[in-house]
Design a protein around this ligand. Structure first.
Ligand SMILES: NC(=O)C1=CN([C@@H]2O[C@H](COP(=O)(O)OP(=O)(O)OC[C@H]3O[C@@H](n4cnc5c(N)ncnc54)[C@H](OP(=O)(O)O)[C@@H]3O)[C@@H](O)[C@H]2O)C=CC1
Ligand SMILES: O=C(CO)[C@H](O)[C@H](O)COP(=O)(O)O
Length: 485
């Protein structure tokens, strides 16, 4: 058995785990023990990075023996059964007081279950969302840990040392107990889906409306990245659009199959929002758009269905104005996506009794993560000014931004519908905005219909109480006991 020389260990050495292990090893005072189910990845990491002075382990028992107590291990394995398998193995060889951190993309309800089960053994379990992909894991991710206050005391300094730094602050905060960290990471990914879909719609409209090439559109995105839309996703969009395929000489984007993959976190965000009763419509449309793209048989079968009778292009003289309209529509829709995401965080915190500081979440998303963006500072400021803010998009900064963009947003949605260009996230975000600001909604009619067929009752605008109309009788109204449902 090896001597206990490592203060931290990493289990799972695929892209994320190996880079996180290197990140940890590069920090003063850390000695990192590494373990992977198949030893091949451990050997590769040892061979490629001797400077990291890793302590390799080939069994879980060796891994445990290599760690100083209390032992701290970060798991970076395939979420689901892989995570359970590693937790079971580690609980066999760890002792009370040790800490197991799951840094994978676990479903937060799994994390709640695992935390409870592991806690019963006396070992601490922390579900920590980690964002930033391969590069972030190496140079500094945004980290969203849940778990107990006790674990945070040991883990906080380690995570702070490897996290991204934004404006001098490490992009990590103790989000809340048990599954809070993975809940927030899930919503982060939901917003990521919406952001990516909105960027895709902007690109599609500009390309089909103006006939600009991907490289020319890349320049537009680079320009946008110097303004209020500045973000990692806008930046990498320009990079992707500029890339030329070595084999064909065509823009890479034109040779990539247009079927978007998904590992599930976007769908979890929407499923959870449905359970919580939170309308995350922009995020949902982004998830559905990926599903639609990945239905080749249905798309082929529908490809002969008619579209608009007239072809659509933007006149040369109007092209700059159209591009600016699309930029504004993108910004407005992005505000909606973040507002919906934060609504879900508020509802989740209430449901699961987590004391989540919304401003702190926006602050730790400013660096390291995939949705890092300039305007996250504005979100932190909005919650600092009003911690009880009922909807982010009503905060003065965002309300003003929407005032300045909403006319352009409408023009873009109209033109997209007339041209037959799908813009589900742009249009559903606008519908959400209009729904929220409406004085009256047709929900009143829905309540009437529900009362008609199911005696579900309704409330009135002019007096308290719960009412039912005797639809199959003389249609008089009666006051009903109990509340409407
Ligand atoms: N890739 C990314 O950009 C991001 C990923 N994540 C999350 O981080 C985690 C790691 O991601 P990534 O690095 O891409 O790796 P993968 O999700 O591809 O997982 C591969 C790793 O899991 C291990 N593994 C799978 N099943 C088991 C098991 N039953 N027992 C032990 N080990 C197992 C594999 O070991 P072996 O080599 O033996 O097969 C390998 O080390 C995932 O949860 C992912 O969702 C989070 C943020 C970004
Ligand atoms: O967590 C991540 C980024 O934050 C991962 O990259 C995740 O895989 C992205 O989700 P999907 O694969 O469904 O696009």
């Amino acid at each position: 058995m090896p001597e206990a020389t490592a203060n931290i260990g990493v289990v799972g050495l695929a892209v994320m785990g190996s880079n996180l292990a290197r990140n940890l090893a590069s920090r003063e005072g850390n000695t990192v023990s590494i373990f992977n189910r198949s030893y091949e990845k451990t050997q590769t990491l040892l061979d490629e990075h001797p400077e990291a002075e890793f302590v390799p382990a080939s069994t879980y028992a060796e891994f445990a023996a290599s760690l100083t107590t209390p032992r701290t291990a970060i798991i970076m394995v395939q979420a689901g059964q892989g995570t359970d398998a590693v937790i079971n193995a580690l609980t066999e060889v760890f002792e009370p007081g040790d800490i197991i951190v799951d840094g994978g993309n676990a479903l937060f309800t799994d994390t709640i279950r695992r935390e409870k089960a592991v806690r019963e053994t006396g070992i601490n379990f922390v579900g920590a969302g980690i964002s930033g992909g391969e590069e972030g894991a190496l140079n500094g991710p945004s980290i969203m840990p849940g778990g107990s206050d006790e674990s945070w005391v040991t883990l906080g300094p380690i995570l702070k040392s490897i996290a991204a730094i934004a404006e001098g602050e490490p992009c990590v905060t103790h989000v809340g107990h048990d599954g809070a960290g993975h809940f927030v990471k899930m919503v982060h990914n939901g917003i990521e889906y919406a952001d990516m879909q909105l960027i895709g719609e902007a690109y599609d409209l500009i390309r089909r409306g103006t006939g600009k090439s991907p490289a020319e559109i890349a320049d537009i995105f680079s320009e946008w990245n110097r303004g209020e839309l500045e973000s990692y996703l806008i930046e990498i969009t320009a990079e992707v659009l500029r890339q030329v395929d070595a084999e064909t000489g065509a823009p890479l984007v034109d040779v990539i199959l247009d079927q978007a993959g998904a590992k599930g976190t976007g769908a979890w965000t929407v499923q959870t929002a449905l359970d919580l009763g939170i309308p995350v419509s922009g995020i949902a449309e982004a998830v559905f758009a990926r599903s639609l793209s990945s239905k080749p048989a249905q798309r082929a079968a529908a490809s002969d269905l008619p579209g608009p009778s007239e072809a659509w292009t933007v006149a040369d003289a109007d092209k700059d104005a159209f591009v600016e309209d699309v930029r504004r529509a993108l910004y407005a829709s992005k505000i909606v996506a973040y507002s919906q995401g934060f609504d879900e965080i508020v509802a989740g915190a209430e449901q699961y009794d987590w004391d989540i500081k919304k401003g702190d979440i926006a602050a730790i998303w400013r660096g390291g993560c995939i949705i890092r963006a300039r305007f996250l500072n504005r979100i932190t400021e909005a919650y600092a000014a009003d911690p009880g803010l009922v909807a982010l998009l009503t905060a003065p900064y965002f309300a003003e931004a929407l005032t300045g963009t909403q006319e352009a947003w409408r023009r873009v949605v109209v033109v997209a519908a007339q041209a037959g260009i799908p813009s589900p996230a742009f249009s559903s975000s606008l519908a959400y905005y209009d729904g929220l600001r409406a004085d009256r909604l047709p929900a009143a009619l829905i309540q009437g219909q529900r009362d008609f067929f199911g005696a579900h009752t309704y409330k009135r605008v002019d007096k308290d109480g719960t009412f039912h109309t005797l639809w199959s009788g003389d249609r008089t109204e009666i006051e009903s006991a109990g509340s409407s449902h």
